[in-house]
Design a protein around this ligand. Structure first.
Ligand code: PBG
Length: 325
């Protein structure tokens, strides 16, 4: 009988050390960005019902959380403000003493090395819950830009290291870049939520940030989950307008988009592992149906393998702990 010839792929899988040597993708604590929700009041550390392990913090309890983040070696947080008062035009989003401005100031005063990212949007601050100015149930693009620029500048004044606009109005990067430059913040980078789909995976976040739209949905500004080429158009605009990072959101159901964007653009790519992706895993883990750690690490490695340089994730503290084990 002739000798059977075939490839022996298993040679490189024989031991843990050998597998580690040929591993192509790694998760590092530097890749992680941790989302934080801040609320008015005092003594508040309130768990978000649909997001076990994630809390809203009042400012007097915020340092407890940042202490932990810093101890775990996490370099960056993204801050979401949940104001007590909302109005039609989201005034608290760009108020000098708004909850998010105060939170940013406090973090930068106490932890100057932590990279503080400000989520720049209006939906947490408007009574109607939309990400812009509403007239006759329409979300108006250009008037929304003016408010968004005011929000970005107020966040930069408070000390935000990075501005992350997420409202998906056309021209938001151009408008914010100009606004920041005119206000003297030429060195503040823009992390654009360039490719943000109108996704059902944001459900739990809207509990956490109290930001569900009071009528209609976000489909006239966020992208259709069925579209791939449109992601290039969105990314091209943002690159041309001066974005410093490109974000794809959500992450897990959009790994193909992350890979497309990585292949065609040369900015750092951020994947947002969103609230619904977190809650699904938590619920299944609490039921004992899955191994949480293994599932989370596999999910995050898939995002990096797809091309993400950075991952925003509610699992950041858990992952940092697991990496240290
Ligand atoms: C603000 C914003 C949203 C998320 C991040 N920034 C919600 C939305 O667009 O409705 C969602 C994040 C998550 O689900 O974890 N526009």
């Amino acid at each position: 009988m002739e000798t059977l010839r075939f490839d022996r792929h298993r040679r490189l899988r024989q031991t843990a050390n050998l597998r580690a040597m040929v591993r192509e993708t790694h998760i590092h604590v530097d890749d992680l960005i941790y989302p934080i929700f801040v609320v008015e009041g005092s003594g508040v550390k309130r768990e978000v019902p649909s997001m076990p392990g994630i809390y809203q913090f009042s400012l007097d309890r915020l340092n407890e959380e940042i202490d932990e983040v810093v101890q775990l070696g996490i370099k960056s947080v993204i801050v979401f403000g949940v104001p007590a008062e909302k109005d039609e035009v989201g005034s608290q989003a760009y108020c000098e003493h708004g909850i998010v401005q105060r939170a940013i100031r406090q973090i930068k005063e106490n932890y100057p090395d932590v990279v503080v990212i400000a989520d720049t949007c209006l939906c947490e601050y408007t009574s109607h819950g939309h990400c812009g100015v509403v007239e006759n149930e329409q979300v108006l693009n250009d008037p929304s830009l003016e408010l968004l620029v005011k929000t970005a500048v107020s966040q930069a004044k408070a000390g935000a290291d990075i501005i992350a606009p997420s409202n998906m109005m056309d021209g938001f990067v151009a408008a914010i870049r100009q606004g920041l430059d005119e206000a003297g913040f030429t060195n503040v980078p823009i992390m654009s939520y360039a490719i943000k789909y109108a996704s059902a995976f944001y459900g739990p976040f809207r509990d956490a940030a109290d930001s569900a739209p009071q009528f209609g949905d976000r489909k006239t500004y966020q992208m259709d989950p069925a579209n791939r080429r449109e992601a290039f158009r969105e990314a091209e605009s943002d690159v041309r307008e001066g974005a410093d990072f490109l974000m794809v959101k959500p992450a897990l159901s959009y790994l193909d988009i992350i890979r497309d964007i990585k292949n065609h653009f040369h900015l750092p790519i951020v994947a947002y592992n969103v609230s619904g992706e977190y809650s699904m895993v938590k619920a299944a883990a609490q039921n004992g149906w899955i191994n949480e750690k293994d599932i989370v690490m596999e999910m995050l490695v898939s995002m990096k393998r797809a091309g993400a340089d950075l991952i925003m994730t509610y699992f950041a503290k858990d992952v940092a702990r697991w990496l240290n084990e």
